[in-house]
Write a protein that binds this ligand. Structure first.
Ligand code: NAP
Length: 336
């Protein structure tokens, strides 16, 4: 009897999941259902973020660079940070060309997330320039392409130092200011790797899981401050320089061939959905094409089944990596 009941539940669960995946395919969904609803019916970033002071880390390339462009067009005041000041100046110049912002509306602020002793002074510089910080976007970070068995432990330490400790250190200083004002938004660019697992990124996945765990706990400590939002963003593969900049087996080695990235989600689409999530104070947003988006749902509702799929995808991922093409190349839709 119990066996029959379990079989029935398994079949019913399987049918519901298959239907959900199919509906998501029909919708050509590239975000979770709350996010897509917010994009359709929710608050517009243009209304919510115009005139706000937004500090974006990792703004010298990829997602952070595109965030600077879209935010400047909306009319947000920007502090843009990363280690490479010349690249930040390039981004600022383009922001000024494509928006109606003035020179003083964009602050270029060099910041090394791993230099935690500099974070208080950096926060004070932004406050001195603009008088407030409405939104912190914790975006700076690096990924990983190496198998655990081949990888030096120093790499794991460096990944946690940058992606996790660097992020929470900066957050601590900015949060003090937001608590004084009783308002603000802290947006953290985590990853689908913050909710699932995949080969070649055990250190990266650990750092993003750490961020998710940290911010989910922090949110519950801020219930006396309902106007401070903690927003976790989980993108799947997105076009950027992330593969060129990955950690490998040891700290001195960079990746030999980053491979074609054109099959990944376009950067501007990912950033638009990050801004929709921010404007609507979504607590967690999944931004990804299939099959990652479908795997997120599977992971959430039936993790053991997700392993069956993930192990198949994982095998291909390692084969792709070893043959020099992008690890995710074989199961992503080609982007125009
Ligand atoms: N692209 C994807 O597929 C994807 C998917 C999920 C999540 N994400 C997340 O999205 C975020 C942005 O990555 P991306 O894809 O845009 O990659 P990217 O093009 O490589 O950009 C990474 C940014 O992080 C900055 N950065 C690296 N080390 C830093 C440090 N020590 N201190 C301060 N800034 C540092 C880089 O600037 P400098 O080198 O000038 O310092 C750069 O601006 C990351 O957190 C990443 O984990 C990306």
């Amino acid at each position: 009897m119990a066996w029959g009941c379990s079989l029935y539940l398994a079949l019913a669960g399987g049918a519901v999941l298959a239907l959900l995946v199919q509906v998501l395919r029909w919708l050509r969904a590239d975000g979770d259902l709350t996010l897509l609803w917010a994009e359709w019916r929710g608050k517009k970033p243009e209304n919510e973020l115009r005139g706000k002071v937004v500090w974006v880390t990792g703004a010298s390339s990829g997602i952070g660079e595109e965030l600077a462009y879209q935010l400047s067009k909306i009319g947000a005041l920007l502090a843009i940070s990363a280690r490479r000041e010349d690249e930040l100046e390039r981004v600022k110049k383009k922001c000024l060309q494509i928006s109606s912002l003035d020179e003083k509306d964009i602050l270029v602020l060099r910041l090394d997330l791993t230099d935690r002793s500099s974070h208080e002074a950096a926060t004070n510089s932004v406050l001195k320039h603009f008088g407030k910080i409405d939104v912190l976007v914790n975006n700076g970070g690096r990924s990983q392409r190496s198998l655990f068995v081949d990888t030096n432990l120093d790499v794991y330490s460096a990944i946690m130092e940058l992606n996790y400790l660097g992020t929470i250190s900066l957050t601590k200083h900015v949060l003090n200011h937001m608590i004084q004002r009783k308002k603000g938004r802290i947006v953290t660019v985590s990853s689908v790797m913050g909710i699932m697992g995949a080969p070649l990124a055990s250190g990266y996945g650990a750092s993003k899981h750490a961020l998710q765990g940290f911010f989910n706990c922090l949110r519950t400590e801020l219930t006396d401050y309902p106007n401070i939002s903690i927003i976790n963003i989980c993108p799947g593969p997105v076009q950027s320089k992330i593969i060129q900049n990955v950690f490998t087996e040891n700290l001195a080695k960079s990746i030999e061939n980053s491979g074609d990235q054109s099959h990944k989600m376009p950067t501007d689409r990912c950033v638009r959905l990050i801004l929709v999530s921010t404007a609507n104070d979504l607590k967690e947003a999944w931004i990804s094409d299939h099959p990652y988006l479908a795997v997120c749902y599977l992971w959430q509702y039936a993790p053991t089944w997700a392993w069956w799929l993930m192990n198949k995808m994982g095998k291909r991922r390692i084969q792709n990596f070893k043959s020099g093409v992008d690890a995710d190349a074989s199961y992503s839709r080609k982007k125009k």
